[in-house]
Write a protein that binds this ligand. Structure first.
Ligand SMILES: Nc1ncnc2c1ncn2[C@@H]1O[C@H](COP(=O)(O)OP(=O)(O)OP(=O)(O)O)[C@@H](O)[C@H]1O
Ligand SMILES: C[C@@](O)(CCO)CC(=O)[O-]
Length: 472
């Protein structure tokens, strides 16, 4: 019965509880380094671009009586809840420690990291060490932001994350989850305006910067010492020119708004590699063959410069000639990376198979030694979205590689609030994306079909109704 008896035995109607907020969803892309990996470690320029593989974070609100905050990250098998009142709010609110959303935080506070440890160490105690580390990294990123931006009065919520980005393949999966978490938490405390269609460019830029700063903090919790390029591309989308000559100073980041939305074939070698080991190989080469190594790094810098000059020309347009120019630079950049010793037989096999078909230009991306190769695919004559031949894809898959079709230089972080989508098959007014639907979507394709930010309209991709982006 909906009520309770008063002293006279009469039923009093229960006061209706405040309606719960509808679920919200945010999404952020992964990235590839298009030109300049490794050279960027030595102060040269690099160009990185967003890809259409993305992470999706659903925030569902619970009744205020629940007092819990939960992470459901099924891609890595993480499921954990904390009691909000047990978290170390006092440490994060202490004088000199309290941070506000507009503060510029550039590194983690070691004392605050320490205060989180009891709440991190208790995660997934029965899982193998390697898995536990992954869980703890994701949870640290979340908790550091949750306690920095929220308060003990933060509403009880479940944060459910699914991603279409392979993890640990050099495609910025950690940065994309960092951007999702930062955006959701900033939106929850109303520290962001928009996104809306007629938002002035400067205002959009400011929101992206705010998200990017906090995403960098989350990346630090996952990685230790990130350069910041991944979270920058993931928040703002499109592409950037990135250079860090002085590690004590912020990097130079120039947004490349005219970077063409190129279709890309991405092939994952599934060969695990260590970024630091590959970076160390180049450092060794610099010691043993300093002049030669420097010449190679300078040549990579020149490749990046050449691409940058082309893309930023006033009269730049993507046509057969400019694509050919960019393609040649891709080929040269790969050759230089081979000379640095950071390729891998599996990357060379992928390149040989693709080169043989003549469908485009291929290079390794990221640290190399495994990880992924990217191919810029030449457009076909009938102007359809270029796709590699089925035979090639089958061969790649038969040889144990994984292929992804993606587009370079898409949107950055997006918001769907309320999390209601029009998928064509649902009840009137759209489908509310609840946790069950989201968790039950099958594989990465299921996630894309259910909540993906874009829909394919014949030959072109368009933004799916409901999703909104900050577009400076
Ligand atoms: N889908 C996901 N769900 C939960 N946590 C994730 C997910 N994707 C990434 N992470 C977190 O990010 C970490 C992976 O970061 P790592 O830097 O090793 O890979 P990457 O970001 O894919 O590659 P790179 O930084 O070289 O581009 C994982 O250990 C995990 O903590
Ligand atoms: C190899 C490297 O240049 C790219 C790794 O994605 C390392 C770095 O920039 O930190």
């Amino acid at each position: 019965m909906n009520g309770h008896a008063n002293g006279n035995g009469k039923l009093l109607a229960r006061r209706p509880s405040a309606p719960m907020m509808p679920p919200m969803m945010v999404s952020a892309p992964g990235k590839v380094i298009v030109f300049g990996e490794h050279a960027v470690v030595h102060g040269k320029k690099a160009i990185a671009a967003a890809i259409s593989l993305r992470s999706y974070l659903l925030v569902t609100f619970l009744s205020k009586t629940r007092r819990s905050v939960s992470l459901r990250f099924p891609d890595v098998g993480l499921s954990h809840s904390w009691n909000i009142d047990d978290l170390p709010w006092a440490a994060f609110a202490a004088p000199g420690k309290k941070k506000y959303y507009y503060d510029l935080v550039t590194s983690l506070d070691e004392e605050l990291v320490e205060a989180l440890q009891p709440h991190i160490q208790s995660i997934s105690p029965k899982k193998p060490e390697q898995i536990r580390k992954i869980h703890q990294a994701s949870a640290s990123a979340f908790l550091y932001l949750f306690l920095s931006l929220g308060s003990q009065k933060s509403p009880p919520c479940i944060y459910t994350l699914r991603s279409t980005i392979p993890i640990g393949a050099g495609l910025g999966s950690s940065a994309s989850i960092a951007v999702c978490l930062a955006t959701a938490l900033l939106l929850q405390i109303r520290a962001l305006s928009g996104p809306h269609e007629d938002q002035p460019s400067a205002e959009s830029e400011l929101q992206i910067q705010r998200i990017n700063h906090w995403a960098f903090v989350a990346e630090c919790a996952i990685h230790g010492n990130p350069s910041g390029v991944d979270n920058t591309v993931s928040s703002g989308g499109k592409a950037v020119l990135f250079q860090r000559t002085d590690y004590a100073a912020p990097p130079r980041v120039e947004p490349l708004r005219s970077f063409p939305e190129l279709p890309l074939l991405l092939v994952d070698t599934r060969q695990s590699r260590s970024t630091s080991a590959e970076v160390a190989k180049v450092a060794t080469l610099k010691k043993t063959h300093p002049i030669i190594a420097d010449n190679i790094l300078n040549s990579i810098h020149d490749v990046t410069e050449s691409a940058h000059n082309l893309i930023t020309r006033d009269d730049f347009e993507l046509n057969a000639e400019s694509l050919q120019h960019l393609g040649e630079l891709i080929t040269i950049n790969h050759g230089l990376l081979v000379s640095l010793g950071v390729s891998h037989p599996k990357l060379e096999r992928i390149r040989a198979l693709i080169d043989h078909t003549g469908i485009g230009w291929t290079k390794l991306t990221g640290a190399g030694g495994g990880g992924c190769a990217i191919t810029i695919v030449k457009p076909t004559e009938d102007d359809e979205v270029p796709r590699p031949p089925v035979d090639l894809e089958n061969t790649l898959i038969d040889e144990g590689f994984q292929t992804f079709h993606t587009t370079l230089a898409g949107d950055g972080v997006g918001v769907l609030w309320p999390a209601v989508l029009h998928n064509g098959l649902e009840e009137e007014g759209g489908t509310e994306i609840d946790q069950e639907k989201f968790l039950n979507a099958e594989g990465t394709e299921g996630v894309e079909t259910l909540v993906g930010v874009s829909v394919n309209l014949g030959n072109v991709n368009a933004v799916r109704e409901g999703w909104r982006f900050w577009r400076p």
